[in-house]
Design a binder for this molecule. Structure first.
Ligand code: GDP
Length: 283
């Protein structure tokens, strides 16, 4: 643990097909080769239980990057629950940092709840979107746009270039309507193309600008501590619940009292009180 934490953590999300792996390949290779970064790419894949982690984080999707000695790409762990997968990813991230990786990408498909989990473990959140389609059409959940520190409209090349510019303007306006972020960063919208490489340098500049802002203000450290504390508490609560419900006596009592409550036989405080009593810790 003392060796972990010395990195910048970037969450990358977007609908399937937006170009997440192409982006990570192009942008990641640029960071490794031009900036001398040591990059670890991890993934939270809510579907990994079904696919055994083959959709995200698959090495074959990032052929160029995966041959770089300073890049490490790890397929999503196949956990039983999203919480489990997220937990494994968080641990893998700390391990990568301790091993000397100073830049971390955490990739997720922007269609589910995994984004909130990712937002809880990264320093910067990048949302990739397609030109010419609204959030709904892209299957993007509403709250995700609000999480973004930067929106990049990808595939801004060829015929789609103009559409991408319009989309960028729309999102830039929408971003201004959200309440100010706690770190007072004003999220931005840009266009890029992983195909031509256009816009990638601009994205790096935005990230550098963000980094110096949040580090100077002290928010970076505060946020890291808050994230770790939240993780610690969540883990404790989760394991506590597991211990509780693994006891048959407790489970039976729980179901019995819940049924009584649902039938209107007992009030909520009374039912909870009796449950706590059965644990030997309540009044
Ligand atoms: P992911 O599902 O989000 O990981 O998307 P992929 O990286 O697999 O890309 C989906 C498709 O979009 C592939 O056929 C890519 O070649 C293509 N693609 C990715 N980035 C760009 C881009 O900037 N411009 C264009 N024209 N196509 C792209």
């Amino acid at each position: 643990m003392p060796h972990a934490g010395n990195s910048f953590r970037i969450g990358i999300t977007g609908p399937p097909g937006v170009g997440k792996s192409s982006f990570i390949e192009a942008f990641g290779t640029k960071l490794v080769l031009e900036q001398g970064k040591r990059l670890a790419v991890l993934a939270i894949d809510p579907t990994s239980q079904v696919t055994h982690g083959s959709i995200l984080g698959d090495k074959t999707r990032m052929e160029r990057l995966s041959t770089e000695p300073n890049a490490f790409i790890r397929p999503s762990p196949a956990g039983k629950t999203l919480g489990g997968v997220a937990n494994c990813t968080q641990e893998a991230m700390l391990l990568c940092e301790a091993a000397g990786f100073n830049t971390i990408f955490i990739e997720t498909v922007g269609v589910g709840q995994s984004e909130t989990a990712v937002a809880g473990m990264v320093d910067f959140f990048l949302l990739l979107l397609l030109p010419g389609a609204g959030d709904e059409l892209q299957g993007i959940k509403r709250g995700i746009v609000e999480l973004a520190d930067l929106i990049a409209i990808n595939k801004a090349d060829g015929e789609q270039k103009e559409l991408a510019k319009v989309a960028r303007q729309d999102y830039a306006q929408a971003l201004h309507l959200f309440p100010a972020k706690e770190n007072s960063w004003q999220p931005k919208a840009v266009t890029c193309s992983t195909l031509t490489g256009e816009g990638l340098e601009g994205i790096w500049q935005v990230i550098l600008d963000y980094q110096s802002n949040v580090k100077d203000s002290g928010w970076f450290e505060r946020n890291r501590l808050a994230q770790m504390s939240k993780w610690f508490r969540a883990q404790f609560e989760q394991q506590l619940k597991q211990i509780l419900f693994s006891s048959n006596d407790y489970l039976n009592k729980f179901v019995e009292l819940e049924t009584d409550f649902l039938k209107g036989k007992i009030s909520m405080p009374k039912a909870i009180g009796q449950l706590l009593e059965s644990l030997g810790s309540g009044k």
